[in-house]
Unconditional design. Structure first.
Length: 363
């Protein structure tokens, strides 16, 4: 059975929101002259966690709707990995080769480092944003085992055990994060934890939990006022939690650990509340065709935006573009070039391979 995600177009809006947060954060140094900009978007990098949550939610929902205990597990999981490889690898390999050839990062490669890099064993920092793919690929290794166990528990009507399992998984993430922050401090521990698989595995647990809740409750009618309230409160929590680093409380090791956990829970609440709204105004906004299209090229935007930003910045610096002119030209040019290159990559590389994938692997 082929999984159909078209009924959840709202998630395209969330994916666009995630990429907007990440790109806005990475171009934030253009706007140092604008009062308050960095305070508002200073932790927009947490949009990466939204990417993790969306990916976990969609893939978990795919398992819940297409996988059954009677399914040929080996064939199903093999097909799952084929699909993920076809989706991730083409642009990953192409962008890595291009960036290496143009000398974006001056890195000396050996055969061993190249193999480790392309098998997502060791990041050589050819592209600073690639670290998230290393985390996500590890999610893909864990997800089939988790979902097989969860589907087995659901068929036995052991829903409480499902949530206990996911709670323990999230707890491992929070414990791991707090341990490193407490013993190594914020300066040494925070950057490491941000790119750590174990520190981010709560996104996997929350995404799966969200998918289970949605699939088991999607036909329930929930009061719209309640859902709008949850969505609004989640948004407020996200705004304040994401900017807590600008307060003195951030110096305490416990606070950064809580920021990530609070933000991830708030993201999931916002996603579920919007999905349960179904035909509300917010649903129509998040499902706009422009967001659907930007969502389809969001992978390319994420991969290309940082190298493009650096080259645009160097160009503006060489042309001595400063002040208001620099503030306007540099970010607008970065966005324009990034979107154009992402569109070209999607049309010429990703889209043909995605169509070819459908003829090669089917569930």
């Amino acid at each position: 059975m082929e999984f159909n995600k078209s009924i959840l177009k709202e998630l395209d809006g969330f994916r666009v929101l995630a990429v907007l947060l990440v790109v806005s954060f990475h171009i934030s140094f253009y706007f140092d002259a604008l009062p308050g900009y960095n305070t508002i978007i200073g932790t927009g990098y947490l949009g990466v966690q939204l990417f993790f949550l969306l990916s976990s939610f969609l893939l978990a929902r795919q398992f819940l709707t297409t996988y059954s205990i009677g399914t040929n597990t080996k064939e199903y999981i093999l097909t799952f990995f084929k699909k993920r490889v076809c989706r991730i690898y083409p642009l990953f390999i192409f962008s890595s080769i291009i960036l290496y050839l143009i000398g974006y990062k001056h890195i000396e490669l050996t055969f061993g480092t190249v193999i480790k890099y392309f098998f997502f064993i060791e990041d050589i920092h050819l592209n600073p944003v690639i670290w998230s793919l290393f985390v996500e690929m590890r999610f893909y290794l864990v997800l089939p085992v988790l979902m097989h166990s969860i589907c087995l528990l659901i068929t036995r009507n052991k829903i409480r055990e499902v949530y206990i399992l996911l709670f323990v998984l999230a707890g491992i993430s929070y414990g791991y994060r707090f341990y490193h922050l407490y013993y190594y401090g914020i300066e040494k521990g925070e950057d490491f934890l941000y790119e750590s698989f174990w520190a981010n595995i709560d996104c996997l647990a929350l995404g799966i939990a969200g998918a289970v809740i949605y699939e088991r409750s999607k036909y329930l009618i929930i009061n719209r006022t309640t859902l709008y309230f949850i969505f609004t409160v989640s948004g407020c929590i996200l705004f304040y939690a994401m900017n807590i680093k600008y307060y003195k409380l951030y110096n305490h090791a416990f606070i950064p650990q809580m920021v990530f956990s609070i933000c991830n829970i708030a993201w999931m609440l916002a996603i579920l509340s919007l999905l349960f709204l179904r035909q509300g105004k917010l649903n129509r906004v998040f499902s706009l065709n422009i967001f659907v299209y930007l969502s389809t090229i969001s992978y390319g935007i994420y991969i290309w935006h940082l190298p493009i930003r650096d080259y645009i910045y160097d160009l503006c610096h060489a042309l001595t573009l400063k002040g208001i002119l620099g503030i306007l030209v540099a970010p607008l040019t970065t966005w324009t070039v990034t979107i154009l290159i992402s569109m070209i990559c999607y049309k010429c590389l990703e889209k043909p391979l995605l169509y070819k994938r459908k003829t090669i692997v089917k569930i």
